[in-house]
Each structure stands twice: as structure tokens, then as C-alpha cells.
Design a protein around this ligand. Structure first.
Ligand code: CMP
Length: 225
């Protein structure tokens, strides 16, 4: 059984009363997945919602020519797997851990019962889905309008926005995605990402720090065409 304090820290459930949290903690399972483990496979039947207690996952699809396209990277407190539970269709994308990740699993019937009983949780869920649609809209706009530098820059700014840690020098993206993952998020190749990151570094927009990346000030926005 999962302690309800742990569930309370998840933004989706923060509006639940103590009684509701207790009830949810009785039906949620906590499981640890190693790095690079497929948690959800596109096109399969969906029967659970997952909440990230600790760690990170990537949401991806495979294009017709076999390339991986990363739709989103989700970290602690985020959830996934809700779409199949809500519309009854197969899973819309693959979800894979990018590091060792602890996930809370809630089965379909329990999840649906909770959102029926708690309008605040349902509204929170809709608000997250609306934000994801906005991000996807911006991405489509970027793919249609920007050149490759603009697309890579937009990916970095999105990562900084979603998971960056503000410091006096700028925003630090901790444990940044690999060049291949950045390429799969920006619709380009690993070689192009490496070349453009080197250029942005030479121009002083970014500073690599091991696995972290510092985005210096706000000037990087000027690179999005
Ligand atoms: P589901 O379709 O059940 O399984 C795959 C999950 O990936 C999906 O639910 C969502 O939770 C998540 N997902 C799909 N598309 C996106 C997206 N564009 N941004 C963030 N998450 C997504």
C-alpha cells in the first residue's frame, strides 16, 4: 500500500481530501522500472494510468521511415497513459524510461471512479491535457515555420521551461537529453544537433556542463525564426 503523503505530492491528486487519498493509496501500486524499459507500447490495449514518483520517461512514436520522434519528456509528478483510459482506443504512443524510474500505477476502473467522484481532479486533468495540446501546437508551428536552428533552439527553450533550474547565470537543464534524443525531438539528425549546439556554444548562448546544459540569459529566443 502506498502512503497517502506520497500521493499528495502529485499535482493531479493535490485536490483530493485525506479520505480520498487514503482510498487511492489502497488501490495504487508502486513499481520501479530500470532505465530504457518500455512501460507503454503504442497500439496495445491500455488498462492503467501511470504517475511518475521519481525519474523520467520519454513519449515517442516511430515515423514511417523508422525514425523515433520524441513527443515529450515527462518528469516527477507528471502522469501518462490517461488517453486510452479516457477514449477506449489503443495506446497512442510508446513510453520508455530514460533513467531508473519509480511509477505509481492506478488501474482504469479506479482512475475513472476517482475522476467521476472528484470534479477538481477532473478539471486538473483537463488543464494538463490543454497545456500538452498547447505545447504540441507550438511544436507543429515550429516544424512548419522554423529552420533547423529554430527547431533545436525551441526544443532547448521548451526543456528549460518545463524542467530548467533557474540560477544567477541562466537556466540549467539537468541531465539533458542525448544529442540523438534532441534530434528526435527536433526533427533532424544527431550530426546537425552536434553542429548547431557547437555554434550556439561558440556564440555564448549555451554552456555545456557535463550532462547538464546552461542556457545563458534569454538571448537564445532570438534564434527562433
Ligand atoms: P495513452 O495513449 O494511453 O498511452 C501513451 C501515452 O503517452 C498517452 O496516453 C499520453 O499519456 C502520452 N502522450 C501521448 N501524446 C503525448 C504528447 N503529445 N505529449 C505528452 N504526452 C503524450
Amino acid at each position: 500500500m502506498i502512503h497517502s503523503e506520497l500521493l499528495k505530492r502529485v499535482p493531479l491528486f493535490e485536490e483530493l481530501s485525506d479520505g480520498e487519498l487514503d482510498a487511492l493509496s489502497q488501490v495504487a501500486l508502486l513499481r520501479t522500472f530500470p532505465k530504457d524499459r518500455v512501460v507503454i507500447m503504442a497500439e496495445e490495449e491500455g488498462d492503467s494510468l501511470f504517475v511518475i514518483h521519481d525519474g523520467q520517461v520519454k513519449v515517442s512514436i516511430v515515423s514511417e521511415d523508422g525514425r523515433e520522434v520524441i513527443l515529450s519528456i515527462l518528469g516527477e509528478g507528471n502522469f501518462f497513459g490517461e488517453m486510452s483510459l479516457l477514449d477506449g482506443h489503443p495506446r497512442s504512443a510508446n513510453v520508455t524510461t530514460t533513467q531508473e524510474t519509480e511509477l505509481l500505477m492506478v488501474r482504469r476502473a479506479d482512475f475513472l471512479r476517482f475522476i467521476q467522484k472528484s470534479p477538481k481532479t477532473a478539471i486538473k486533468l483537463l488543464s494538463v491535457l490543454a497545456s500538452r495540446l498547447r505545447v504540441t501546437d507550438r511544436k507543429i508551428e515550429g516544424l512548419a515555420l522554423s529552420d533547423v536552428t529554430g527547431r533545436i533552439t525551441q526544443t532547448l527553450l521548451q526543456l528549460a521551461d518545463e524542467q530548467g533550474v533557474p540560477t544567477q547565470e541562466g537556466v540549467v537543464i539537468k541531465d539533458r537529453p542525448t544529442h540523438q534524443d534532441l534530434a528526435n525531438m527536433s526533427g533532424t539528425t544527431r550530426e546537425t544537433v552536434s553542429r548547431i549546439l557547437r555554434r550556439l556554444e561558440n556564440q555564448g548562448y549555451i554552456v555545456p556542463r557535463g550532462r547538464d546544459l546552461l542556457i545563458v540569459g534569454t538571448d537564445l529566443k532570438d534564434q527562433v525564426q
